[in-house]
Design a protein around this ligand. Structure first.
Ligand SMILES: [Zn+2]
Ligand SMILES: [Zn+2]
Length: 430
């Protein structure tokens, strides 16, 4: 897989031996700065080990179900049941805020974020839809399934101070780094040139399940599928590169340090349009941002119709089938006696994933349902040809043929109902 800006694993910012010796489950990159990796995302801890109650700060708040893990790591590092003085957010995406409500309540802690992230954090708005078409791996195809809000911690939410200071983090200032999100910020400390980046740039190819699993480091633009304004994202990386950071603690991937990281960051800033911006992305030419009034999507309130519910079910079915076809291509082809058509099965899988993602991400999914019908026709043709007398597994192929035929009827019915509903609502809106 081609990396954006390769960087050697030696540039990692933590010291694995010291981390093992300390054994609090965090990676320390400065005496008072550490992070914990939660599957696909990092949370950062500011404060000296053993600092005690209200003497530390949590930066970002991880994945669904991670509250316990974060709280345990905090207890290990800062003292039993030590609560933070505050939770500070680089931005409001779900992978940085899913444990936010639970933790802020448990700790009775204020939450600080940039004013432009507020609508996503007080229940008013959702983020613009992700762009599954950016490519780069499985994560973009699944991205329509990720929650995009709104989160509501309105009662505890405070704006970051206008003077650029960071509450409870003396010597630090926040830097507005929009593009990945309108109110995205990075945190910077002059004294040791430490940068808490958020997702303005990252150090792993977040689009690829494989790269995220192996954590092979590279300097990488913001996660493609969730970045709706590439012009601003580029300016933000330029601004951060100009700081000449010594330590870069990113929202995804390992924290990196030193001259090699800086050089890679400058290369990323210089070549941003070629390496970081997706070749085919719907936001490349048509950004969603505050200037255009497209950054905030009103939180949805309407109850789904039967056709919409059916469409969602079929969308999930597509995702499940697509994943099976992509991840178990060999055994699936063998099962149906279609060994020679493994490439075709994988192609069908990618098609299923695309259609599923399309159905689940669109408020008007009818065209994607029709795309499913087209895919069904291809499936039927492939299975029909596998039903010939020379295939020892033709009975299995025949059974699958019957199932696909039944699902095709459902797809057609659902696509027709949705097209009808959309036409009707289009007339009533006119
Ligand atoms: Zn993000
Ligand atoms: Zn993220």
């Amino acid at each position: 897989m081609e990396q954006q800006i390769p960087i050697s694993p030696d540039a990692r910012a933590d010291d694995p031996q010291a981390d093992d010796a300390r054994d609090d489950g965090t990676h320390e990159v400065a005496p008072d700065l550490a992070y914990k990796r939660l599957a696909i995302v990092n949370v950062a801890f500011y404060g000296l080990p053993g600092a005690g109650d209200r003497q530390w700060v949590l930066i970002d708040a991880g994945l669904p179900g991670a509250a316990g893990q974060i709280a345990n790591a905090a207890s290990e590092r800062f003292g039993p049941d030590a609560r933070p003085a505050a939770i500070i957010l680089t931005h409001g995406h779900f992978d940085h805020t899913s444990a936010l409500k639970e933790l802020s309540e448990r700790w009775d802690a204020p939450v600080y974020a940039h004013e432009l992230e507020r609508p996503y954090l007080d229940g008013r708005a959702a983020y613009p839809p992700p762009d599954p078409a950016v490519g780069g791996g499985l994560m973009p195809l699944l991205s329509p399934l990720y929650p995009r809000g709104p989160v509501n911690v309105g009662g505890r939410l405070q704006p970051l101070p206008a003077d650029g200071s960071v509450p409870f983090m003396p010597g630090w200032r926040w830097i507005h780094t929009p593009g990945h999100a309108p109110g995205h910020v990075s945190l910077w400390r002059d004294a040791d040139r430490a940068l808490v980046v958020g997702d303005a740039f990252i150090t792993t190819a977040q689009e690829s399940v494989y790269a995220v699993a192996t954590q092979q480091p590279e300097l990488h633009g913001p996660p493609m599928y969730f970045t709706p304004d590439w012009q601003s994202a580029k300016s933000s990386v330029e601004r951060l590169a100009a700081l000449e950071p010594e330590i870069a603690l990113t929202g995804h991937g390992r924290a990196m340090r030193g001259a090699e990281m800086r050089a890679a960051l400058h290369t990323l800033a210089r070549d941003f349009d070629q390496v970081a911006v997706p070749a085919h992305g719907k936001y490349v030419l048509h950004p969603a941002n505050v200037e255009r009034g497209t950054a905030y999507v009103p939180a949805q309130k309407h109850d789904p119709t039967t056709a919409e519910k059916l469409a969602r079910a079929l969308g999930w079915f597509s995702i499940g089938l697509g994943l099976t076809e992509v991840l178990a291509t060999e055994s699936l082809s063998r099962y149906f006696g279609m060994e020679k058509s493994a490439g075709l099965v994988r192609f069908f899988g990618i098609q299923e994933l695309t259609a599923g993602a399309g159905i689940l991400s669109q408020s008007r999914p009818a065209p994607w349902l029709w795309a499913r019908v087209g895919g069904d026709a291809l499936d039927l043709a492939a299975l029909a040809s596998a039903c010939n007398a020379s295939n020892p597994h033709r009975k299995r192929a025949g059974a699958a043929l019957a199932v696909v035929a039944a699902i095709t009827m459902l797809d057609i019915a659902c696509a027709q109902m949705l097209s009808h509903e959309q036409a009707a609502s289009g007339q009533s809106n006119a």
